[in-house]
Design a protein around this ligand. Structure first.
Ligand code: ADP
Ligand code: MG
Ligand code: MG
Length: 874
């Protein structure tokens, strides 16, 4: 049997979304529940896939079924496509499984040609009708040329503008039938001029070309970008809907509109929308005329309005969600052209979900399921004032690396950021790239803008952790750090100039855009409480400071999954001791330097344990290569030389000996502890002593240290370090005469560790997947450089998303799944978590739930997202 490529609206329903697309499925569903929908048909998404398989052509079988659909549509509507007596005009509309508003193409008034126009006019004496026919004709030529043949819109707009000028009128609506007739013929001439052939007059040919154009629009650049941003797979394809035209531009008893059953900005339960008299679909959004508020429709078309209110109620009761609807009134009669669950702001999403529960439309579980966790981000950070933003044009774009809005004066160094901040200035730190030393400057800044780096670059990770707005990887910036200036969009910016950056979109603006503080509405807590009831995964946070930990706890974190100890070494007084440690010649010297660091580290851990009030805290031992800590400034090198009793040359020799060709795969992680066990000893003492002290102060808390050893790739290697940790810890505990439980675990971030997880679990009491490194090492992509070539991978459809932002479940995920399984086979009590950036990505969280992890750990501001995503996964 051959495939069924075409479904009449009467044949479908809303469950057939995958096949018919959202628009098609909902047109079918509205038909089914008796709403007034012009009756047409849907060409399936499978036909779209087939079109691409056939080398971007519609095959004969599909076209045959399309023509059968046309025949049935003619029968239902009592008109004939391309007929000279009673012609049927149609719209050809895109519609994918997930709604992608404005991303693909639609053609209206298809089926017109000179002859059809002539018969239509001949059959109606009303002079206004003639105007309407020519208006429709010129619209069709314009849309068809633009969408199907890719002749730029601008040529036609120029002709319209010229005509309006000649006639001395301001609006399209003031042009007469004769003007529009003349325009239609100018348009056809323009078409011929551009393409060297006549405008196709055969309606069947028009239809075939239009369907192909809609299929083709699935692959246009803006659709590709939208899909990547919204997790929509390329493989889905779009459906095409062909349906009879109804004419909002017929006369003054007609019109067209768009409406939401509730306010999509605030969620308020109140009809919201816009309406235009004597107009066709695209006029409302295109802004050629200012539409009137929907309520005003009541005066103009009381019956249609009353009927529309009923439709709204029917649809909400049917879909149990806020509806976004497109409709047309032709000669006072209402037609529904589209409905879908409306897009909404995060704030509106929360309010609507709660209201729907209160109104009995949804259960709490359904309410939790209907909120896009990614949207919550926007609720937690300052926002640009919507009006101010609308009026602004971006001068450049980078990656929206950490959401929020920031506006301030440009500074070029971390020190300047701090200095200016102390003087009460708001600043944006603009850097080629950031290094860990910049962290205090990053904290002082309202926002961070970098020329290099991707979504998991240092700047991005740290900024997200701090909840500071960050735009990274804006390669268009020409940077001159030395002279404290940069150039973007042809303009030179100096220290002190104002810029604004949007960490959600990555947009960069010249000058000041006002911001407003984020507001967490009351519904937020309600939804989160429901989410917590449903989820199985625990949610921890990646936090290095008590302040971050506290913030994360406020946002619902149940512990720390990753405390990076190295961030504690950068503060003024500590970095000196740490550098002494690095430059030591002997174990004794090194131990002496470490002895200086110990009390700081212990103090930091105590503060963390205090902040967590007995919730689990996983502390990771020193991880980065040592060269990240050595001084680069001449003055600092001299200072270090003095402290060490060495010459500047000797210090420089040590520094250059630390140079590695590939530091991410170099002397770092537990390799440092293998070469310098005294580092692990010091860190163990600090952890255990801190835990003992805090336990004593709070006997009711359960302070049970979790020590995490990074970057293991082998069981024996891990055992070597673990034995040192255990011996040190046991000695401390014995000396203190207390009873304290602690655990030693490891990070799984090298493929070999995942492959040998069964063995490694003999030594490790827990696993934590460090998926930033694991992704980097599994792909062999450097996470800081991958941005340079990943765009080519997206363009060529090799990759659909950034594996550093969304967990690669097929490759990296398989390693994780295997490691969990083999690890638990060895040690049933093994607990497993994830602490890479993926821990805050909803799709990745879903995968973590599926493979049975115990927790995810993410930056503080992503905690609510992870909680919600975990609930949805469950
Ligand atoms: P988009 O996905 O960009 O919204 P649509 O396919 O919904 O594109 O079409 C855009 C507009 O064109 C609709 O809102 C509607 O006003 C108008 N339109 C589409 N089909 C018809 C039709 N059969 N009759 C009248 N207007 C139509
Ligand atoms: Mg639409
Ligand atoms: Mg790592």
């Amino acid at each position: 049997m051959s495939n069924k490529w075409v479904y009449m609206f009467e044949e479908g329903d809303m469950t057939m979304r995958n096949l018919l697309g959202g628009k098609g499925a909902n047109l079918a569903e509205m038909t089914k529940i008796g709403l007034p929908v012009p009756q047409g048909f849907t060409v399936t998404t499978e036909a779209c896939t087939q079109y691409y398989e056939d080398g971007r052509k519609i095959n004969d079988e599909i076209m045959e079924q399309v023509m059968q659909g046309v025949a049935k549509m003619e029968e239902i509507n009592g008109k004939k496509f391309g007929d000279k007596e009673n012609p049927l005009l149609v719209s050809v509309r895109s519609g994918a499984r997930a709604s992608m508003p404005g991303m693909m193409d639609t053609i209206l008034n298809l089926g017109l040609n000179d002859e059809v126009v002539a018969t239509m006019i001949a059959g109606n004496d009303d002079p206004a009708f003639e105007r309407f026919v020519y208006d429709s004709y010129r619209r069709f030529i314009q849309m068809f040329s633009d969408v199907v043949m890719e002749v730029g819109k601008k040529y036609f707009e120029q002709l319209i503008d010229k005509m309006k000028e000649e006639k001395g009128v301001q609006f399209d609506i003031e042009l007469t039938a004769a003007d529009l007739k003349e325009l239609a013929s100018q348009f056809k001439a323009e078409y011929k001029k551009q393409l060297g052939e006549d405008f196709p007059s055969d309606p069947v040919e028009q239809l075939k070309l239009a369907i192909e154009a809609v299929f083709r629009s699935w692959d246009n650049p803006r659709a590709n970008v939208y899909r990547r941003d919204n997790d929509i797979p390329y493989s889905w394809g779009t459906a095409v809907n062909v349906m009879p035209m109804v004419f909002g531009n017929l006369n003054n008893q007609s019109g067209t509109g768009v409406a939401f059953t509730r306010d999509p900005a605030t969620g308020e339960n109140k009809l919201m929308g816009e309406f235009l008299i004597n107009a066709q679909g695209e006029d409302v959004v295109a802004g050629v005329r200012t539409p009137m508020p929907i309520a005003q429709m009541e005066q103009e078309f009381p019956e249609a309005y009353a009927q529309f209110l009923e439709v709204c109620e029917t649809l909400e009761n049917h879909y149990h969600d806020m509806q976004d609807m497109e409709f047309t009134v032709e000669n006072k009669k209402l037609y529904m052209l589209q409905c879908r669950n409306g897009k909404r702001t995060a704030q509106a999403a929360l309010k609507i979900a709660c209201d729907l529960v209160d109104e009995g439309h949804k259960t709490p579980a359904e309410a939790v399921a209907m909120i896009d966790p990614r949207n919550l981000d926007t609720l937690l950070h300052p926002q640009f004032d919507a009006k101010a933003l609308k009026a602004a044009t971006p001068m450049g774009k980078g990656l929206g690396a950490s959401p929020g809005a920031a506006c301030g004066k440009v500074v070029f160094t971390a020190e300047d950021a701090e200095k200016w901040n102390e003087m009460g200035e708001k600043v944006i730190l603009v850097r080629l790239e950031t290094s860990p030393e910049d962290i205090t400057g990053m904290k002082a800044a309202q926002g961070i803008l970098t020329v290099r780096g991707g979504m998991t670059s240092h700047a991005a990770v740290v900024a997200r952790g701090m909840g500071t707005c960050c735009v990274s990887g804006c390669g268009d910036i020409v940077m001159d750090e030395e002279n404290k200036k940069f150039t973007l969009a042809g303009k030179e910016f100096h220290e002190g100039d104002y810029i604004s950056i949007d960490g959600s979109t990555g947009n960069i603006y010249d000058g000041i855009i006002e911001t407003v503080d984020a507001q967490i509405a009351g519904e937020f807590g309600r939804i989160m409480a429901w989410a917590d009831e449903f989820r199985k995964l625990k949610v921890r946070t990646n936090a290095d400071t008590p302040a971050d930990a506290k913030k994360a706890r406020e946002l619902g974190a149940e512990g720390i999954g990753l405390c990076r100890t190295e961030h504690m070494f950068f503060e003024e007084d500590r970095i000196a001791a740490f550098r002494e440690m690095i430059c030591s010649d002997t174990v004794e010297e090194r131990e002496a330097a470490l002895e200086k660091i110990l009390p700081y580290q212990q103090g930091d851990f105590e503060a963390l344990y205090e902040a967590l009030e007995g919730c689990p805290v996983t502390i990771r031992f020193l991880d980065p290569p040592l060269h990240e800590f050595v001084p680069t400034e001449e003055a600092d090198i001299e200072k270090l030389a003095k402290a060490q009793n060495k010459s500047v040359e000797e210090i420089k020799a040590i520094i250059s000996s630390l140079h590695e060709f590939n530091p991410m795969m170099g002397h770092r992680g537990l390799r440092l502890a293998v070469t310098y066990p005294e580092i692990a000893k010091m860190q163990t003492k600090a952890v255990i002593r801190a835990a003992i002290n805090v336990s004593k102060a709070h006997p009711d808390w359960n302070v049970a240290p979790e020590i995490m050893i990074p970057l293991a790739c082998d069981a024996k290697e891990l055992k070597y370090v673990k034995d040192i940790v255990v011996a040190t810890a046991d000695a401390e505990i014995a000396a203190a005469g207390v009873d304290m439980k602690y655990e030693v675990g490891t990070m799984i971030e090298i493929p070999r560790a995942a492959l040998t997880a069964g063995d490694i679990a003999k030594e490790a009491e827990f696993f934590c997947f460090g998926t930033n490194d694991l992704t980097q090492m599994t792909f062999g992509f450097s996470r800081d450089d991958a941005g340079k070539f990943l765009n080519a991978y997206y363009d060529k459809k090799i990759f659909e998303s950034d594996p550093f932002a969304r967990l690669d479940t097929t490759g990296v995920g398989q390693l994780m799944e295997m490691a969990v399984k083999n690890g638990k086979a060895t040690r049933p009590s093994l607990h497993c978590g994830i602490c890479g950036e993926h821990g805050g990505d909803p799709t990745s969280v879903e995968f973590c739930h599926k493979i049975g992890l115990d927790y995810v750990s993410c930056s503080p501001f992503r905690v609510p997202i992870a909680r919600l995503a975990a609930a949805q996964a469950a």
